[in-house]
Design a protein around this ligand. Structure first.
Ligand code: HEC
Length: 115
């Protein structure tokens, strides 16, 4: 299935249920939106796995620190400091610049949930 087809199908689905409003459908939309956000954060976090290990679990002998299960606030702070140049690094300052603050918060949340 192509992404274009998937993107095109979404508005049609929405149009197909014009009367479906009220608490139940609002709630479902929120859950679906939440699931989509988590999926997106997971996809973006996969880009970090090359260096930080699968799901952020670095091998014991790795020179790169693991990210899994670390507090979200700590990860966000590090990423924002790399992004602003406040914190020096070899590769992370450049990598951090590739993400919006909202993406950093979502990615950090995903890693924090990997126990
Ligand atoms: C090319 C390899 C590479 C990739 C890809 C990478 N990192 Fe890093 N990361 C490093 C290295 C190396 C360091 C140590 C600091 C430095 O040298 O820049 C680091 C450090 C960090 C730190 C600080 C950890 C600590 O203990 O202080 C965080 C947080 C972090 N990375 C998050 C991420 C996130 C989130 C991603 C994906 C969006 C990511 N990194 C992708 C190599 C990488």
């Amino acid at each position: 299935m192509s992404l274009v087809a998937a993107a095109g199908a979404a508005p049609m689905l929405a149009l197909a249920q014009p009367a479906a409003s009220g608490p139940a459908s609002d709630q479902r939309t929120t859950v679906e939106t939440q699931a989509a956000r988590i999926q997106q954060a997971r996809n973006q976090a996969a880009a970090c796995a090359v260096c930080h290990g699968p799901d952020g679990r670095a091998p014991a002998d790795s020179a790169v620190p693991g990210l899994a299960g670390r507090p979200q606030a700590e990860l966000v702070e590090s990423m924002l400091n790399y992004k602003s140049g406040k914190r020096p690094g070899t590769v992370m300052p450049q990598i951090a610049k590739g993400y919006s603050d909202a993406e950093i918060i979502a990615i950090a949340s995903w890693f924090a949930d990997q126990k």
